[in-house]
Design a protein around this ligand. Sequence first.
Ligand SMILES: Cc1cc2nc3c(=O)[nH]c(=O)nc-3n(C[C@H](O)[C@H](O)[C@H](O)COP(=O)(O)OP(=O)(O)OC[C@H]3O[C@@H](n4cnc5c(N)ncnc54)[C@H](O)[C@@H]3O)c2cc1C
Ligand SMILES: *[C@@H]1O[C@H](CO)[C@@H](O)[C@H](O)[C@H]1NC(C)=O
Ligand SMILES: *[C@@H]1O[C@H](CO)[C@@H](O)[C@H](O)[C@H]1NC(C)=O
Length: 505
Amino acid sequence: MGRKFLSFVSNLAVLGYFGQHASAAPSSSTNQACAELSSTLVGRTSFPLSLSYHSETTAYWSTVLRELKPACVVLPETAEEVSKAVTILNKYPDVKFTAKSGGHDPNAGHATVQDGVLISLEKMSGATYDSATNLASVKPGGEWNDVISSLNEHGVTAVGGRLGIVGVGGFLVQGGISFLSAQHGLAADNIVGWEIVSADGTIINVDANSQPELATALRGSGSQFGIVTKFTVKAHPIGKVWGGIRIYDASQTDKIFKTLHDFVPNSNKDTKAAIIVTNLSAVASLNAFLIFYFYDGESPPTEGPFADFLTIPSLISITKTQSYPELAMGASLINSRISFRTLTIPYVSEYPAMYSEISKKMTELSADYFNNPLHLLSQCSVDFQPLPSAVGQNSEKNGGNAMGLTASDPDRVLLEFQCAWGSKDDDATLVSITKDLTAWIEGRIPIWLEAGSQAKDAYLPLFMNDAMADQNVTGSYRDYAKFKALQQQYDPIGTLRERTGGFKY
Ligand SMILES: Cc1cc2nc3c(=O)[nH]c(=O)nc-3n(C[C@H](O)[C@H](O)[C@H](O)COP(=O)(O)OP(=O)(O)OC[C@H]3O[C@@H](n4cnc5c(N)ncnc54)[C@H](O)[C@@H]3O)c2cc1C
Ligand SMILES: *[C@@H]1O[C@H](CO)[C@@H](O)[C@H](O)[C@H]1NC(C)=O
Ligand SMILES: *[C@@H]1O[C@H](CO)[C@@H](O)[C@H](O)[C@H]1NC(C)=O
């Protein structure tokens, strides 16, 4: 997938940021809040020029975010310390703050806060497994590599990131699509308990059995119900898996798209199979398809669309039988400016040309940009991520999620448009390419549906983890009004709604 390929091609050190503007300096109340945090949470608060401040504010996946400077950084080690921090911040109602887990969300102002208070959960990481309950306790900091490796020692895993470097907390509060989703639902569907520092600073424990409505809301609402300090998740057995990446040249386009079209509905039958198909564009027709394959078993099937994919000639193939932690490992932190944007499209069995239309439009919209040889290290990609109805069946079985996936869902495809580039001067151009693309696709969806036999009012909620900040993700949820009311109930004065980052109701 594009995200992985990026680590091969880009290694730019870049300055600058977009989307959030530096004010002159933190306000005096922010400085006061930082001082109180520092004297109460001794040794946990750091300021500009210190080493821990520097490493924390540069530990973001997109270089855009490394330029945003909070007034101070709090590095709590326990839920009680997070609680103390939020309690103190309640005394300073005009001070912005935000929580950061892995820092992989590329949107400025989500896990970053210019001139505000950054609460980094980095020190609260890791996972433990309880065989008596078959549940795992997962902390929000760190990355999925840590969680997957620890749990693997017990022969189990959690429904988590497809690339192990992805952060844990943001992934889980914003939904989380996994290679195991056709078998078990979204990552968030597998959460049965939350320890949360709520808007007023109190620690609450939410249990999915006794608070089903709140549990549903917590699966995909993002950061607006509080800072989650611990997730209790269902564990699933895992052994050796088969998979990895293969890279193809553009001559295989037709075969890849045809097989993708066959794959989507078939993954309801063979839920152990998962793929991400990435169509990548860059300068000088350095175009390629990357397919990330996953099969939950020692060897891939010998018939069906997954097997068909494996007969397509590739340029590079690093697929093999391996442990799940090995499969997840491999990608590292890249050094590029990044944008995400998403769209959910229906699967229209009568319209197999959908994927090439989308790719051609991306190529067309980015042609001027990529015709400029100066943009040699930039790239844009389209990720096609099947969302078969099997996912919604698991969501409903597990109690449902905010995104509103249900057992009666049709097959859909989650699209992710990602661009990566080096120069701040290109920010506006690349962001507008993906915006134009999603606007164009939105216009095409009714035409595609017209060609098909399914209902024309397809429910197409946006997937929060892949979205750009300006997309109205929660507004695309079926039960938007209900969750908005619930959010207001848990955050009556708008502490989280008005003062913290992330997608809002
Ligand atoms: C290389 C790469 C691979 C990816 N692969 C996948 C994938 O396979 N599937 C998928 O679904 N997504 C994937 N994503 C997207 C990813 O899920 C999001 O970027 C997600 O936000 C990352 O989580 P994080 O902990 O790094 O979030 P952060 O960037 O730390 O935070 C994101 C948002 O969540 C909030 N937040 C963070 N922690 C908490 C918390 N503990 N409590 C409350 N709010 C919190 C933040 O305030 C912020 O608004 C991938 C991203 C990258 C960069
Ligand atoms: C992506 O797909 C389009 C449409 O089929 C094709 O023309 C193009 O070559 C592909 N792009 C890349 C980057 O391979
Ligand atoms: C998002 O969508 C909801 C539901 O349609 C709407 O009520 C809300 O005003 C929208 N928010 C923004 C910021 O556009």
